[in-house]
Write a protein that binds this ligand. Sequence first.
Ligand SMILES: Cc1ncc(COP(=O)(O)O)c(C=O)c1O
Length: 358
Amino acid sequence: MTTLNKENLSPAAFIGVRGKDIISFGSGEPDLPPPEEVYKILPHYTDFKYGVIQGLDYLRDALTRQYPDSTADSFVITNGASEALDLTLRVISNYEMSQPKKVLMTKPYYYSYPRLVEFADMESVYLKTNQGRIDMDDFREKVQDCRAVLINSPSNPTGRVEAIPSLKEIESLTSEYGVFVLSDEVYKDLIYIRENYLIQGPHVVTINSFSKTYAMCGFRVGYFWSLDKKLVQDVIAMKTHTSMNTNILGQEMAFEATKVPRKFIDDQLKIWQERRDLLYAGLKDAGLDLWNPEGAFYMLPKIDNAADFVWDMFTKYNVITYLGDWFGAEGRVRFSYALDTDKIEEGLERINDYLDGR
Ligand SMILES: Cc1ncc(COP(=O)(O)O)c(C=O)c1O
């Protein structure tokens, strides 16, 4: 086994690491419970056979209520948003298109994006950001030369939400140039400042999952939604020969989640907001420079010698944080606030201790 040291730090070293005295600002998984309705089916569950590749028809039908103009045929239920991203990129990469195999995304980015693009034999092109949001001048300059654009609003790792005029311009420019949009909306229900704006059009693929909104990460249920019938069929064809159907028990549980009243999400949002306020104020008081998150559950302060910070906080203070470099954000550290307020307070104390002694 490779010994962990400052030079080889990676998310894999921290994912799933738990311990009594460990305070983890690392993981991007909600610690809040899923709706209790999803457990109720367990004692009566009996189906262990292969499922339909596209996904349970009644789950796809239930999703149509969230997406205007959709039909059950326009969804594919996937192993989390991750599989939806992977399949879409690989399918698009195989298309004959005038644009080169380039995918536009912001920097900072969700750390899997560049890897998924690379696995699909494509190339990542990075957009500049202003205050954590897309620099639209840079977007206008680069979009024509790309085959697809990855949008993630609210964003992991910045917690920023794109302005509606920017999203509308992205929607229309990509339509004009025939560029696909992969809109990763896994945090669409976790926005503190306004309603979500859904980017739409035949060239748009909406990607979402039950991992964050319903705290069901481990069940691996997500989905792909598109009005492009050929793309839907091509994604199903690829899934047939890769993962086949998505976990059927997970899909049944996701179906139960679709029936839960909106109040479940609103109540959780209040908890997220309270934690955001606490951590934001604490990191500001510690003298750090950061953006106030408008959605999701991450913060990305600037920290001098970020790798030393992540290493020392882990090895000397039992506090897990993620290095900004993993998200294309050098000189920053990502904090997730998927932990309760007592732990956030304790974590802040340890961070202050460390920073005071630096
Ligand atoms: C922006 C973003 N997209 C996709 C995923 C993957 O989600 P899933 O669990 O649905 O595969 C994550 C998980 O952290 C994420 O932050």
